[in-house]
Design a protein around this ligand. Structure first.
Ligand code: AMP
Ligand code: MG
Length: 414
């Protein structure tokens, strides 16, 4: 085990991500099922979207040369609903056309029906002058044939599923889901439902980390095996780690990574592989462990191990800062950095900390940020009341009116 040293997040993160090689293998999934998955291959279009020039209005397809003056009278010689196609349009002719229907050969504009007057069933008067190309959606204006529309490493969104479908893809090739085993440690932990609030023994607390860690892993595309609370015994811990390692890509634990704490996770991970305990210069969330558990059976290589601090807000924040980019990188996502917005503090933070802080804040109706009064690492209410954090550099005080760097939970948890 290496000796704990105070590391900045900017030093720690690249070191950590250097271990997160994309998992091998590609999975073919239905486009319907691919939301949130990460593309394993570039997606290239085999066709133009739209496939042909088509009308963006209900109206009449015309030849502009016939409509140089308002009031031109044209013969309606065909009708083209969406899903059908017309025949070439002759001089002096108009085609009744509907939104999405292909423009017939010879036509070079569409007049919307509101700008026309049906004179008799087979004749139409065009009330205005018509510019060339009016109300025509051009073939390929969305996607051209051969274009790369989505790239390997892209995380799919509802809109990208629609785009993939628009070029005819019913299946997508995506990265496998990271298989993550989740453990909680701590003899004080009790599961909600097992013990009623009025029957809680002295010193006991409910296991809250398990709930948000599992939910966040699932949102990030992981397949979670929830192993609950590992009994605080050497053999049980070794057995649980050994079993988990052979069937998972990552073992994630919360609690028991503080310096000097007596628990069985740390020595067990060391016995089965390697463990680095890091003291990160961040608040909340100082202690963090990364290691590997060797696989003893037929499976080769090692399983990643990450140990988060037990304090709920520390656990929550270190997950977002470190585990989130790690599990995305395992899926081949290249850009894992989270977007920030510059906003105005409407609060005072007069005491600078030696560590970089992630303050729970909330946007207010005046476009600024309010601070949650209690920033203790045990106060999970701050993460529910807040809709994000201010990333406050080490040694920095904040006065009302200062510009600060805001990270939104909505994006961070997506
Ligand atoms: P530790 O990191 O194990 O020293 O725990 C730090 C604090 O977090 C202690 O007050 C623990 O009781 C608390 N804690 C640890 N694990 C959990 C958990 N799963 N849910 C809620 N609180 C926890
Ligand atoms: Mg503990």
């Amino acid at each position: 085990m290496t000796r704990p040293a105070l590391l900045s997040l900017d030093e720690a993160l690249p070191q950590l991500l250097a271990h997160a090689q994309p998992l091998p293998g590609v999975q073919s999934v239905s486009t319907f099922e691919a939301d949130g998955r990460v593309l394993a291959q570039d997606v290239t279009s085999a066709l133009q979207v739209p496939p042909q020039d088509n009308s963006s209005m209900d109206g009449y397809a015309v030849r502009v040369a016939d409509c140089v003056q308002a009031g031109a009278l044209l013969r309606v010689t065909q009708r083209i609903p969406a899903g059908s196609h017309g025949t070439p349009l002759g001089a002096g002719e108009a085609a009744r056309i509907f939104t999405g229907a292909p423009i017939p050969e010879g036509a070079d504009a569409v007049v919307m029906q509101e700008d026309c007057e049906a004179v008799e069933p087979s004749q139409v008067k065009v009330l205005k002058r018509v510019p060339i190309g009016q109300w025509i959606r051009r073939s390929g204006e969305d996607v051209t044939r051969g274009a790369k529309v989505l790239a390997a490493g892209d995380r799919l969104t509802p809109a990208s599923l629609g785009l993939a479908a628009s070029i005819g893809l019913a299946q997508l090739q995506v990265a496998p889901r990271p298989r993550v085993a989740l453990f909680s440690t701590g003899d004080e932990l009790v599961m909600p439902g097992d013990v009623a609030p009025d029957a809680m023994p002295p010193g006991a607390i409910y296991n809250s980390n398990r709930f948000f860690l599992r939910a966040m892993l699932q949102r990030l595309g992981c397949d979670v095996t929830d192993l609950g609370i590992v009994p605080d015994q050497r053999e049980a811990t070794l057995q649980a780690l050994r079993d988990a390692a052979s069937h998972h890509d990552l073992i994630l634990t919360s609690g028991g990574v503080s310096v000097g704490e007596e628990d069985h996770i740390k020595p067990a991970v060391q016995a089965l592989g390697t463990l680095n305990l890091w003291q990160l210069a961040i608040k909340p969330g100082k202690p963090f462990a990364y290691g590997q558990v060797n696989r003893t059976d037929r499976a080769s290589g090692a399983c990643h191990f990450m140990g988060l601090p037990g304090n709920p807000v520390s656990s929550f924040v270190t997950f977002l800062l470190l585990v989130r980019p790690f599990v995305l990188a395992l899926q081949g996502v290249r850009q894992t950095e989270i977007a920030r917005t510059e906003l105005t503090a409407h609060f005072d933070w007069p005491r600078a900390d030696k560590r970089r802080e992630f303050l729970r804040v909330r946007r207010n109706a005046r476009g600024g940020l309010d601070l949650f009064a209690n920033q203790s690492s045990g106060v999970l209410t701050s993460a529910v009341w807040g809709d994000g954090v201010v990333d406050n550099p080490a040694g920095q005080t904040i006065a009302p009116g200062d510009t600060v760097s805001f990270i939104s939970f909505t994006e961070w948890l997506a």
